[in-house]
Design a protein around this ligand. Sequence first.
Ligand SMILES: C[S@@+](CC[C@H](N)C(=O)[O-])C[C@H]1O[C@@H](n2cnc3c(N)ncnc32)[C@H](O)[C@@H]1O
Length: 294
Amino acid sequence: MLGVAEQQECGMTVSEALSAVEADLRQIGSESPRVAAEWVLADVLGIRRLELAMHGDAACTEAQAVRLKELRSRLRTYEPIQYVLGETEFMGLSIRCDARALIPRPETERLVDLALHDALWERSEAVRVIDVGTGSGCVALTVAHLRKQADVLAIDVSEQALELARENAIRLQLAERVRFCQNDLLENLLPDSVDLVIANLPYIDRGTCAVLPPDVRLHEPLSALDGGEQGLDLIGKLIQQGQQVLSPGGALYLEIGADQGGCVREGLHAHGYQQIEIFPDWAGRDRVAKGVKP
Ligand SMILES: C[S@@+](CC[C@H](N)C(=O)[O-])C[C@H]1O[C@@H](n2cnc3c(N)ncnc32)[C@H](O)[C@@H]1O
């Protein structure tokens, strides 16, 4: 038996449902309510987003109405659409995501792209890579997918995040290529044992964490965002540890906040890294820092 709300949704055509979801999303301040609404309806109908136009006049079935109601009520609580739909795309890979880990962001694609084009891939037949703070596994899995000579270890302190990352590895048929380990950064790893460290660690300062937009603040894990008082607690520690764990000539790539380029450059310099570079994103903001162990 359908409830009143589902009956409403059941009588709707697809284009009416689309407008209703768009209005919900506009109400909660979504940046692109129309596109997001299209993703929701495509999921409900089990079709591709581009096919929606062909179904505008069709009435939602009872099962679709039930699903639509569930998704709409989750979206109204500011739950991010990636969690509601259960997946997102990262560098062409479909990554399952839920509240166990941060949603992969486009900024991180820049981090991975830079690390994938480091000169060391041309120098070595086998490259030992560690993804520190793997979350959903998006970085480690992309590296394993795109670089066959990579031997990848993915580390996170969160057992829940690692569980999700392992699920993603299985889904993407990369479970044989990536090892997962619960660890505090690079603690207890052998000296000179890694060629490439890639890390998107929490780097938001404590004050900013308190005023993040509601979708992030209410739904994404704070432990994936909070980088301490100035945002640099974990990055600072990793810079220090990297100096021990990296092999000579090995590189460290870090995603950083837009205002952290200067501090991170100083930190890398103080710990003896060379070839230090700070890379901007497409909008010109500092986004990635690199240093090489001499
Ligand atoms: C910003 S998220 C990045 C997740 C994923 N790599 C991505 O780019 O979407 C940071 C991750 O670092 C993990 N983390 C926080 N402190 C850590 C620590 N001390 N050692 C290892 N991982 C840590 C968090 O659990 C979280 O999954």
